[in-house]
Design a protein around this ligand. Sequence first.
Ligand SMILES: C[S@@+](CC[C@H](N)C(=O)[O-])C[C@H]1O[C@@H](n2cnc3c(N)ncnc32)[C@H](O)[C@@H]1O
Length: 184
Amino acid sequence: MGFHTFSIDRADDLEETDRYRFGSREELLSALAPGGEEVVADVGSGTGFYTDEFAPYVGRMYAVDVQAEMHDRYREKGVPDNVEFVTAEASSLPFEDDELDAAVSTMTYHEFASDAAIAELARVIRPGGRVVTLDWSRDGTGTDGPPVDERFGLADAVEAFEAAGFRTVDAATRFETFLHTAVR
Ligand SMILES: C[S@@+](CC[C@H](N)C(=O)[O-])C[C@H]1O[C@@H](n2cnc3c(N)ncnc32)[C@H](O)[C@@H]1O
């Protein structure tokens, strides 16, 4: 089960550009490998800090967040034309079976991770589609991000996605984070 939901009171922190120290547009786009027409969900999109980085390279982007207030903060900032808001729990996504080409999630896996949420991703992502997960690693130092005991390790993500029918195609633990790419 995931840990605490990120507080709306700290939404400004999500717009700090020093966050690129922990995950760059470059590496996230390389992992997603979009062709330009994909339908992609950003699960736990927050203020859209990373959603904005993906949107120019895909067909449609769903910004999915359980907190409607996060969408409000994103709206205040300005939203790309191809981004649509969805207020929903990761474990109950309002998409048809196989509707999505891909999903991405940045710094949120530790908040939504559960068998139900990963099964839901397996349901809505088409065969051959992918999920890119960047999150704080349990093997990190804890000097930034959530406490280490509220994080998962890369092996936890690999096991969870593979149990739900995904195949891991890329996986790395770095200094403070892990990056995992799985194909359904
Ligand atoms: C730490 S923030 C990261 C936001 C964004 N991905 C980023 O990197 O800037 C986590 C976000 O995930 C959302 N969230 C947490 N649990 C969720 C769940 N179970 N389903 C959907 N969204 C969730 C929170 O509301 C919050 O906006």
